[in-house]
Design a protein around this ligand. Structure first.
Ligand code: GCB
Length: 617
């Protein structure tokens, strides 16, 4: 029989033949590219085989490990991890075994001096032994890889991913074998105009496997995602859903909260979705003062997850933000995922404890985790420490807002952010964007994201950090994007990028929205230990003066319901070259990268602790 795929005219192909053709094409393309990665909610609560540690690493600026001299994708790329053998008809010009090492997790920039500014592909390789269990899936779970990444197990492509700050998981079961295995990853942090974020940012483009990497084994039928939260209102009803992958409709799902003696059962529908709603007695709500967390068990057949969760509600009413039904003022600070002391990307519990510990010491009940989704260790720490969180996607400055591919990238990252972190009581705000230009294309783009976020998670508030415009000494908040938001965020730099610190004293505010307002940024640069007159830029005195004038001005804004001055700690930025002062750090930190508290820290701490700033209603 003539094989059907030699026919030229596809419309003339018999339906059966077409189906076969499509199936073969799908198998071929999956074999070449791997399946699309998935999100595993609560992955950090599952038993895992860590692949952290030292990986052989080869810097490959021309990506010659993947592309031939005519830029075709190689069949014998470095993912094969070949070893040179005597008599080989060709030279093998790489060897992961003898290559220098890089630590995972970790950005490459702060691990090798020659890589501080490097932007391009780097290859990673690690050997490991593994005994796959029958009847299970095995996922390679990557906490984040900035920005594009490709993964192969034993030379077989398992997946690719785009987006530098979200977690994903690739099915690797078919590529594993009992005994010794190897994994090769290529990570490329090259900036492109049509990326999210785009070419310009004000932070270091730390590349690499920047967060934890592990293997997670799950049964054939397993829970991939879930959402449990407290229903709005006075009562104690927990609602949400659990999604089961690769099961039959009618799969039993159980949720237990042993401390409350609560147990609830539900079953999945045809799409694997199981809605759940049950009432509990004696629930202590999660608050910043008492961040009560409960062990929550989720079970579906052979699969189970032990979660640790708090329960609270969040709403906006008029110009108020209500936590558990009561008006709250968000005493915050903005935080980059910059590692204290060693610099580079933060990833560990200790990084999170240090950064958020400083926020607590400052008197905060809230942090803006800027400008991309932070690691889950940060969210777990915020849950434990009672810090409310603004979680942000990397829609920063001027993306290609009229490019549908860019929208798709932003949507994918938003989905990953929400599906990974939706069970953290600490998160109350999903931020869609930071300081974007006011154009119709921008507004439409971000409105699309906002409605997607609302569909994915109707329980939280949607915000964005907007730019404001000036007329004389009046600051006007009228960006049309505000219509799509529940809470208006605005950034302003009176006393730093405009005017003097005392310009704040004569500034008036015109806000065209009847919604809660958060001043999501204000601040000034200072080098820790540099002292001088209060009108001398870069001194601690100048920075403190900006805060002294900002606070009374902010107190005059009736709708102000929160603030997160820029920024908790100095962080690396290539835009900040001023020698002897900045040395490629944005110095607007209240604390230096080496942990020295500047005078402004204490100005803000006093205001937060004395309650002289902010009104909840
Ligand atoms: C901003 C940006 C932030 C910058 C900051 C600054 O408005 O949102 O990413 O780092 O200003 O220091 O200029």
């Amino acid at each position: 029989m003539k094989p059907c795929f030699v026919r030229r005219n596809v419309s003339a192909v018999a339906p059966l033949c077409l189906a076969l053709l499509l199936a073969v094409a799908a198998i071929q393309s999956t074999a070449q590219t791997g399946a699309a990665p998935i999100v595993l909610t609560g992955a950090d609560r599952r038993p895992a085989t860590s692949l952290n540690g030292e990986w052989g690493a080869i810097v490959d600026p021309f990506f010659s490990g993947l592309f031939s001299f005519h830029h075709e994708e190689k069949r014998n790329g470095w993912f094969l991890n070949q070893k040179a053998k005597p008599g080989d008809p060709f030279p093998t010009e790489y060897d992961f075994a003898t290559a220098p090492k890089l630590k995972v997790p970790g950005d490459w920039n702060t691990q090798r001096e020659s890589l501080l500014y490097y932007e391009g592909p780097v290859w990673y390789e690690r050997d490991f032994t593994y005994q796959p269990k029958p009847h299970s899936h095995v996922y390679l779970r990557i906490g984040a890889a900035n920005y594009r990444s490709w993964f192969w197990v034993n030379g077989q492509k398992v997946c690719e991913h785009e987006g530098g700050y979200t977690a994903f998981a690739c099915d690797v079961a078919a590529a594993l074998h009992p005994g010794s295995n190897f994994i090769v990853a290529a990570v490329d942090n090259t900036r492109h105009e049509d990326n999210v974020p785009t070419l310009e940012t004000d932070w270091w483009n730390y590349g690499g496997l920047i967060r934890e990497v592990s293997l997670i084994e799950v049964p054939e039928t397993f829970i991939d995602q879930y959402d449990l939260h407290l229903e709005r209102g006075e009562g104690s009803v927990i609602e949400g859903w659990i999604h089961v992958m690769d099961g039959q409709p009618g799969q039993k799902v159980e949720v237990t909260i042993p401390e409350l003696g609560a147990k609830a059962n539900t079953t999945t529908d045809a799409s694997g979705h199981a809605a759940i709603r049950f009432s509990v007695k004696g629930l202590e709500r999660w608050t910043p003062e008492v961040p009560k967390l409960y062990k929550v068990g989720l079970r579906a057949g052979e699969d189970s997850i032990d979660e640790l969760m708090g329960f609270r509600t969040i709403e906006a009413r008029g110009t108020e933000i209500l936590l558990n039904g009561k008006p709250i003022f968000l005493r915050g600070v903005a935080v980059h995922a910059e590692a204290p002391y060693r610099t580079g990307r933060a990833y560990s519990d200790q990084d999170a404890e240090t950064l958020l510990g400083w926020a607590r010491e400052l008197g905060c009940n809230y942090v803006r985790l800027a400008h991309y989704p932070h690691d889950e260790t940060m969210l777990r720490a915020a849950d434990r420490m009672g810090l409310l969180v603004w979680s942000e996607n990397p829609v920063y400055w001027a993306l290609e807002f009229d490019n549908p591919k860019v929208l798709a990238k932003a949507e994918q990252q938003l989905d990953e952010e929400i599906n990974t972190s939706r069970n953290h009581a600490s998160i109350i705000l999903w931020s869609m964007a930071n300081e974007t230009p006011n154009t119709p294309a921008r507004t439409q783009f971000i409105e699309t994201l906002a409605s997607r976020a609302r569909t994915l998670d109707p329980t939280r508030l949607i915000t964005a950090a907007l730019l404001v415009r000036s007329q004389g000494h009046t600051k006007i908040v009228d960006d049309p994007l505000g219509q799509a938001l529940d809470v208006i965020g605005i950034n302003e730099y009176i006393g730093w990028y405009e005017g003097h610190p005392d310009t704040a004293d004569v500034t008036q505010w015109q806000i065209d929205y009847q919604k809660p307002l958060i001043v999501s940024e204000f601040g000034a640069g200072a080098k820790a230990g540099l002292h001088g007159a209060k009108d001398q830029r870069w001194t601690e005195e100048y920075q403190a003066e900006v805060y002294r004038h900002q606070l009374p001005m902010l107190n005059r804004i009736p709708d102000l319901r929160g603030m997160s001055p820029w920024v908790l700690m100095d962080f690396r930025s290539p835009n900040r070259p001023l020698a002897g002062i900045q040395d490629e750090f944005n110095r607007k930190g209240l604390i230096s990268d080496q942990g020295a508290k500047k005078q402004a820290f204490y100005v803000l701490q006093t205001a937060y602790k004395d309650g002289t700033i902010g009104k909840a209603d």
